[in-house]
Ligand binder design. Structure first.
Ligand SMILES: *[C@@H]1O[C@H](CO)[C@@H](O)[C@H](O)[C@H]1NC(C)=O
Ligand SMILES: *[C@@H]1O[C@H](CO)[C@@H](O)[C@H](O)[C@H]1NC(C)=O
Ligand SMILES: *[C@@H]1O[C@H](CO)[C@@H](O)[C@H](O)[C@H]1NC(C)=O
Ligand SMILES: *[C@@H]1O[C@H](CO)[C@@H](O)[C@H](O)[C@H]1NC(C)=O
Ligand SMILES: *[C@@H]1O[C@H](CO)[C@@H](O)[C@H](O)[C@H]1NC(C)=O
Ligand SMILES: *[C@@H]1O[C@H](CO)[C@@H](O)[C@H](O)[C@H]1NC(C)=O
Ligand SMILES: *[C@@H]1O[C@H](CO)[C@@H](O)[C@H](O)[C@H]1NC(C)=O
Ligand SMILES: *[C@@H]1O[C@H](CO)[C@@H](O)[C@H](O)[C@H]1NC(C)=O
Ligand SMILES: *[C@@H]1O[C@H](CO)[C@@H](O)[C@H](O)[C@H]1NC(C)=O
Ligand SMILES: *[C@@H]1O[C@H](CO)[C@@H](O)[C@H](O)[C@H]1NC(C)=O
Length: 738
């Protein structure tokens, strides 16, 4: 009996060994290394990484040449600028062995990423006569690197008409590849590179399909890069919607595409390689419309890869993600990058319903097909919730009334029923996600809906005609028109794909390159400004009023005035951002001080900063950032006991030489805000002045969130430098855990 058991144990032991040595359970890892530990014998970091890898390979008992060649195949990337370290495909035992190699600091597993997707220069106030466009010469010679799905180089947005020679400092290249001749780059599109080695190492099965070229097979990258830098294209539209001249926010900036998102997926090691290459090539601004949810700062590849970019003076614009409006859903909340959310713009996608009696009403539609040329019978079908009844109608127009938020069900039913067209009455105002229909459809508000209902009621043979592509009225929307690969479908009508050189998309992916373009305009006017100075200029001059001159509203919370937790610093205003008056600048040490004060470990901080030469002796939460948030969330029952939180900031005068600014603070319920001194007198340009902002409040706030603004108002009336202030009792235990 005893020997029988022993045999079993032995058998299991053998099979485990067998599994470990034959199954490929390798995974990609990103390894941080301490370059100061590199032995002098190595000529460069790349050969040291290779040798380190060779020493830990499972097959290292093989001859040294074999080990070196297999370490070459296991090394995915050696990083140069944004990280000291490399990406490699490793088995668990190899990873364990690596952890005791000299110079090993830390490692994390490669993770999948995806892009943040689900008329605008004029809306931002940009025009050719005055302001940011002429002052910056439209962003001339600023280079924007876009990390995305590639680019469609033939798009008219990337023509180089009127562009001068490429700046000599540019070190990038235009990689040729499948369906991407390197001669397709020009003085507008100055660089094109692709990064798929990480993805291939992780999923070897993608080698059959993955293209080896920077060409955009998705559309996202063409859209974002033309949004940031697109040259003028006349007569652009999406099947007649959003017609006009298309152009990017910085139409004379240069663009370089770093393709790291693929139809087959995207992975962190490729993203880091793309950012690393962009820094090497000499971009001024990076636009990244992607991010990871729920990773701490010291494991967030975007945070890690952008710290070095910030130190080199490269401005990074990122998207905040599309999981809002719920609490704690933002990603890329990294203090050394700009994090951009999406607002709405005043563009309406319209359709017109003309009745048999000649009366007509306007509604919303993004149906990409043609208007009907004749009147068709129209019938009212109430809530349109009975598919059987709808099926009997045949080629008539159906009118539906949304009683209880059932609009999407109605659209679905009417589409299934194969009627001529649908008209939908609803009180929903945020219609973006409903109106891009695959059949002729127009959505009406209740008032216009009544007009149609009344007409049907009193006529024995009611008829109507639907017209699309109406842009004669305005409402709010979030979709942006920008360039698109002509072979990637943008819509489906009657089961047929439709194609267009332009597409309308919404999401923070689309707002991120707008902000990158604005950064390029500012950089063109102020080439010496740090990234912090540039986002300070954008934040302190942004608009908190909308174009109806009321506060920006929060659609997710019944149109109440949006708090800074929903709208950030406000809506970007490029013409003002060019000339902000004062800036809140920050040096890289200040971010280290912040990381220290947030109690990150020495190893975690080093993972981000790549530098061993700091210490936490000047730890401080007072990052010189143009916003203020104070937590009054102590677990106390005595609401009368008070506490004060202080913030120290320094502003730099970048306006005219002599100037005086006076502090103005909006009242905030339940707390008392004071500023010391409340008047700043500058004698000259580039002079710094410090101040202290104090918020006194109960140890536990009654309201969940209260907010206000500190404005430094220039007595000459030229500048208002505004920062949001939030006091809250939200604490991490109140937030949903993702
Ligand atoms: C790339 O373009 C150049 C110039 O237009 C042409 O001479 C060359 O043959 C092209 N190469 C390929 C591989 O198509
Ligand atoms: C490749 O393999 C991965 C898992 O390793 C799988 O998720 C993916 O669907 C596969 N792709 C294809 C194209 O077969
Ligand atoms: C792209 O290149 C990789 C090697 O880097 C190769 O494995 C893959 O098969 C190539 N893709 C295609 C479609 O040829
Ligand atoms: C945000 O969190 C607070 C506190 O838990 C809660 O009252 C509020 O409803 C949340 N808002 C959303 C949009 O989830
Ligand atoms: C609309 O009309 C144009 C020209 O008459 C035609 O080419 C196009 O295919 C039509 N579109 C649809 C979606 O039927
Ligand atoms: C419009 O009228 C033409 C002929 O006059 C007819 O062929 C067509 O089917 C009609 N269209 C609709 C939608 O009724
Ligand atoms: C409306 O919707 C709510 C919640 O979805 C439901 O409780 C209610 O019964 C519905 N009312 C009608 C009239 O369908
Ligand atoms: C960091 O740790 C110190 C000492 O334990 C503590 O007083 C402080 O509140 C912590 N800071 C944060 C931001 O958690
Ligand atoms: C910490 O760094 C500061 C500035 O670099 C230096 O003056 C100080 O001596 C350092 N302290 C320690 C304990 O190393
Ligand atoms: C708050 O304090 C009470 C009593 O001291 C305790 O029961 C409760 O768990 C605390 N709540 C939190 C969220 O810490």
């Amino acid at each position: 009996m005893a020997s029988h058991i022993a045999f079993y144990v032995c058998l299991i032991f053998f099979s485990v060994l067998h599994l470990a040595s034959t199954l490929t359970d390798s995974d990609n890892y990103i390894i941080h290394m301490d370059l100061s530990a590199m032995p002098k014998a190595f000529s460069d970091h790349h050969s040291w990484y290779l040798a380190t890898l060779a020493s830990v390979l499972d097959n290292s008992e093989l001859s040294s040449t074999t080990a070196t060649s297999s370490s070459t195949s296991k090394l995915i990337y050696s990083y140069t600028h944004v990280m000291k370290g490399f990406a490699a495909s490793l088995s668990p035992s190899e990873l364990e062995a690596l952890k005791s190699s000299p110079g090993y600091l830390s490692s994390f597993r490669d993770l999948p990423v995806k892009a943040d997707t689900t008329h605008s220069p004029q809306f931002l106030g940009l025009n050719s006569n005055a302001g940011a466009w002429p002052m910056s010469n439209y962003g001339q010679d600023v280079i924007i690197g876009v990390i995305d799905t590639g680019i469609w180089p033939e798009s008219k947005s990337f023509n180089d008409d009127g562009m001068p020679e490429i700046p000599l400092r540019w070190k990038g290249e235009c990689d040729g590849g499948a369906q991407f001749n390197s001669s397709l780059c020009n003085k507008k599109l100055i660089g094109a590179r692709f990064f798929n080695k990480g993805l291939i190492a992780k999923n070897p099965n993608v080698t059959k399909t993955i293209s080896n070229s920077t060409r955009d097979t998705d559309g996202h990258g063409t859209h974002t890069s033309s949004t940031a830098t697109g040259n003028h294209v006349e007569g652009a539209s999406f099947f007649g919607y959003a017609p006009g001249t298309a152009r990017g926010t910085a139409p004379r900036a240069r663009v370089a595409m770093y393709k790291a998102l693929w139809d087959e997926g995207g992975i962190v090691s490729d993203i880091i390689a793309a950012i690393d290459q962009a820094c090497t090539d000499g971009v001024d601004v990076i636009s990244i419309s992607l991010g990871l949810d729920g990773v701490p700062l010291y494991e967030d590849p975007i945070a890690i890869a952008t710290f070095a970019a910030m130190e080199k003076g490269i401005f990074v614009s990122t998207s905040s993600g599309n999981r809002g409006p719920f609490n704690a859903t933002l990603h890329n909340g990294v203090p050394w990058v700009l994090t951009v959310a999406a607002g709405t713009l005043d563009r309406h996608f319209g359709g017109i319903v003309t009745l048999g009696n000649g009366a007509s009403v306007k509604g919303s539609s993004l149906y990409p097909g043609n208007s009907s040329s004749n009147q068709t019978a129209i019938v009212f079908m109430g809530a349109c919730d009975n598919l059987k009844e709808l099926m009997k109608i045949g080629k008539k127009i159906v009118l539906c009334q949304d009683k209880n938020g059932s609009l999407s069900d109605q659209l679905y039913n009417v589409n299934q029923a194969n009627v001529a067209a649908g008209v939908f009455i609803t009180s929903i105002t945020d219609l973006e996600f409903y109106i891009q229909s695959t059949f002729p459809a127009i959505v009406l508000n209740p008032k216009n809906g009544e007009t149609v209902k009344d007409y049907i009621k009193i006529n024995s043979q009611p008829k109507a005609k639907l017209e699309f592509q109406d842009d004669s009225s305005y409402q709010t929307g979030t979709k942006f028109l920008a360039s698109w690969p002509p072979n990637v479908p943008v819509a489906v009508v009657d089961s047929q794909p439709l194609f267009s050189n332009f597409n309308l998309l919404s999401g923070t992916s689309m707002s991120c390159p707008h902000a990158a373009g604005v950064a390029a305009l500012i950089k063109a006017v102020h080439p010496e400004w740090s990234p912090a100075a540039i986002w300070s200029a954008m934040m302190t001059t942004s608009d908190i009023m909308d174009n109806t001159y009321g506060p920006i509203k929060d659609i997710a919370r019944g149109d109440i005035p949006a708090s800074p937790l929903a709208m950030g610093a406000g809506h970007i205003n490029p013409n003002k951002a060019i000339n902000p008056g004062l800036i809140y600048d920050a040096k890289s040490e200040e971010y280290v001080n912040l990381l220290c004060a947030l109690n990150f470990s020495r190893e975690q901080i080093r993972t981000i900063t790549q530098s061993a030469s700091y210490n936490c002796s000047t730890s401080s939460l007072d990052l010189n950032y143009p916003s203020f948030i104070a937590f009054f969330n102590a677990n106390v029952s005595n609401l009368d006991s008070k506490t004060t939180q202080e913030f120290h900031r320094t502003v730099t005068n970048v306006g005219q030489g002599k100037s005086t600014y006076v502090a103005s603070v909006t009242p905030m319920k339940g707390v008392q805000v004071s500023v010391m001194p409340d008047k700043l007198v500058f004698k000259e340009k580039n002079e710094n002045q410090g101040f202290k902002l104090s918020i006194e409040g109960p140890r536990r706030l009654t309201d969940l969130v209260v907010f206000g603004f500190l404005s430094w108002v220039d007595t000459a009336g030229k500048h208002v430098v505004r920062s949001p202030i939030v006091a809250t009792r939200i604490s991490s235990d109140l937030l949903p855990h993702s």
